[in-house]
Ligand binder design. Structure first.
Ligand code: ADP
Ligand code: MG
Length: 376
């Protein structure tokens, strides 16, 4: 569902803003340092409960403000107001949906499925497995209802088993209890992830073929433990070495996505530009699969597309976004960038970002002073 309205206060260098938005493409144009990435960051915090720029949300609070507060109204019948607030003096992110406090970030994530493509995106291939696991689990979370419960079960069991391993107690009976739990939840998580990947791989291959034909590239899900053995077997047999290491070495917490070209990791073979295209294909494919499996569209935040992709690939990328009819926020420093890319029937608006002020291209007056419409 698209964001219809966005109101921010106390975010980085941005002046208080209140914007009405189109469901389609929203282009954010402005010089370096004007506040474009901050605007995307605000949407990301609203949708994910965290920033993509900093681990500590207090860094995102404007230097001269006591708090940041971000609100959005998500279109639908009825529309859904969501809001988050983080005080400089506090430590917690307060979250509200439809006027009610919510305790879990997962509720925000569910309300606003979001994909980010920015200059760090290529790290998905290069970086640690945890970023690929997060990518995979984003997809599973949005299409499988029981994912969150199963994932929490894994986390709880793993935490207890690791604590027992670390304390070096030879209490095999307690270990067995948590191994049983971990095996039950872990096998379920593997089924969910593996089913998701079965559906995902062909969509990814099709998307990649349009962006960058790499017929030798393979994408495979690796579940995190020996393919021939059950998880309970692996855990029982691994007790001694796990005790020495002080943590559980195999299991769903080690799952990964393997991208290879003729048996070599794709990241060793591809140029940086090609890596960006592969990552773009992965992220577009997740949006396409989400739509196919749930009828919901996800929101794309694309920071500096022209720096990411050359003109021809930008064109193909934008065509996919258009056919997916997703709401997208795309930033650029070039005033004329991406203006002529779109089909006549694509909803398209331009915003200028200048010294922290965000104004629609048609010079519609900006409403200053943000009203909290989450309680409307
Ligand atoms: N907490 C903050 N308070 C006020 N200004 C900030 C804060 N953090 C960063 N800035 C400033 O915000 C400006 C906008 O940054 P950014 O959104 O990255 O711009 P753009 O993406 O348009 O290049 C930068 O000049 C930066 O120095
Ligand atoms: Mg930027």
């Amino acid at each position: 569902m698209p964001i219809e309205r966005l109101a921010f206060q106390g975010l980085r260098n941005l002046a208080p803003l209140d914007l009405r938005l189109q469901p389609g493409i929203n282009l954010l144009l402005g010089a370096n340092g004007s506040g474009k990435t901050s605007l995307l960051e605000g949407i990301h915090i609203l949708a994910m409960g965290r920033s993509f720029r900093t681990q500590q949300l207090k860094h995102a609070i404007s230097h001269d403000a006591d708090a940041l507060s971000l609100h959005a109204r998500i279109g639908g019948d009825p529309p859904l107001p969501i809001g988050v607030r983080r005080q400089r003096s506090g430590s917690e992110l307060e979250m509200r949906m439809a006027g009610e406090r919510v305790a879990r970030v997962a509720q925000l994530v569910e309300a606003l499925p979001l994909q980010l493509i920015n200059p760090d995106a290529f790290r998905l291939l290069e970086g640690s497995p945890s970023s690929r696991r997060e990518f995979l689990d984003w997809g599973v979370f949005h299409v499988k209802h029981d994912f969150f419960e199963v994932w929490k079960g894994v986390r709880r069991a793993l935490k207890h088993r690791n604590a027992l391993l670390r304390h070096g107690r030879m209490d095999d009976r307690s270990l067995a209890v948590w191994e049983y739990e971990l095996a039950q939840w872990g096998e379920r998580l593997d089924v969910l992830r593996s089913d998701y990947m079965t559906a995902f791989v062909p969509v990814f291959e099709e998307t990649l073929a349009a962006l960058l034909p790499l017929p030798d590239l393979t994408l495979r899900y690796s579940r995190g433990w020996d393919r021939q053995r059950s998880l309970i077997e692996v855990l029982k047999q691994g007790r001694d070495t796990d005790r020495q290491m002080g943590f559980t070495q195999q299991g769903p917490q080690r799952a990964d996505l393997r991208l290879r070209i003729e048996r070599r990791p794709a990241v060793e073979v591809l140029s940086r530009g090609q890596q960006k295209l592969v990552v773009s294909a992965l992220k577009l494919a997740q949006g396409r699969l989400l739509e196919r499996q749930t009828g919901r569209r996800c929101l794309y935040l694309i920071d500096d597309l022209p720096a990411e992709l050359d003109a021809r690939h930008q064109q193909v990328f934008c065509q996919w976004l258009e056919t997916m009819r997703c709401q997208a926020f795309i930033t650029s420093v070039e005033p004329q960038a991406l203006r002529d890319t779109w089909q006549p029937n694509t909803q398209f608006s331009v915003f200028h970002v200048k010294h922290g002020e965000v104004a629609p291209d048609d010079s519609v007056a900006l409403t200053h002073g943000t009203k909290d419409f989450t309680t409307e």
